[in-house]
Write a new protein. Structure first.
Length: 210
């Protein structure tokens, strides 16, 4: 049994959960809230010294950093391959994963979704300056992903890969903000992919409880 530690609301935890679900690997989610008063429990730092989520435990093996977890899930267990066979396609997958981590997460999730949706939902005003400052990079991210999509139902073509698992949670939150809705309208292939992915059983079963 895989033990995955993290909060279900985290896009990174959901990314790992999507890979586990698509791979057909049984796992148990142990809730860890890094935003709790005082941060995560002290014993969690033995799994992740930086106090982030997720962290994975498989028997005596522990692992943190989402991309490493995604690749381990695919390579260590039987089930559908979640990484392409050819070097070029694998490189494209890694390129998308890198774009998501380096540019998309902070911009699409924190600077736009959290400001526009979460803060307003919680009764606080959105930081309009932060949102406005993020729009240029958000547009570039959406355009870059739109340009990289291969023909087929998934980001890289006919087969689901780790890129799909990693992109879906971030873009799903981004699409809940009015700015996200507007920018995604200019990316029809990316929007269509997101709509299809939302219908997958793996996406529905990993929907956050709150």
């Amino acid at each position: 049994m895989i033990e995955l530690h993290g909060a279900d609301y985290s896009v990174y935890v959901r990314s790992a959960r999507l890979a586990l679900e698509e791979k057909g690997v049984a796992y148990q989610l142990h809730p860890v809230d890094v935003f709790a008063p005082g941060g995560p429990p002290e014993d969690y730092f033995s799994l992740h010294p930086f106090g982030k989520v997720p962290a994975l435990k498989h028997e005596r093996f522990t692992l943190y950093e989402t991309i490493a977890i995604l690749r381990y899930v695919d390579e260590a267990f039987e089930g559908p391959a979640l990484q392409p066979e050819t070097p070029q396609a694998r490189a494209r997958m890694m390129q998308i994963l890198s774009i998501l981590d380096a540019y998309a997460y902070r911009t699409l999730v924190w600077d736009i979704y959290v400001e526009r949706v979460v803060k307003i939902r919680d009764g606080s005003p959105a930081d309009e300056v932060k949102i406005s400052s993020a729009l240029g990079l958000a547009r570039k991210i959406v355009t870059a992903l739109e340009d990289l999509i291969a023909p087929g139902p998934f980001l890289l073509g006919d087969n689901l890969t780790l890129a799909d698992c990693h992109a879906a949670p971030m873009l799903n939150l981004f699409s809940k903000a009015e700015e996200g809705i507007t920018l995604l309208k200019a990316a029809p292939r990316l929007s269509a992919w997101l709509e299809r992915f939302r219908e997958r059983a793996s996406f529905q079963v990993t929907e956050p409880a709150g």
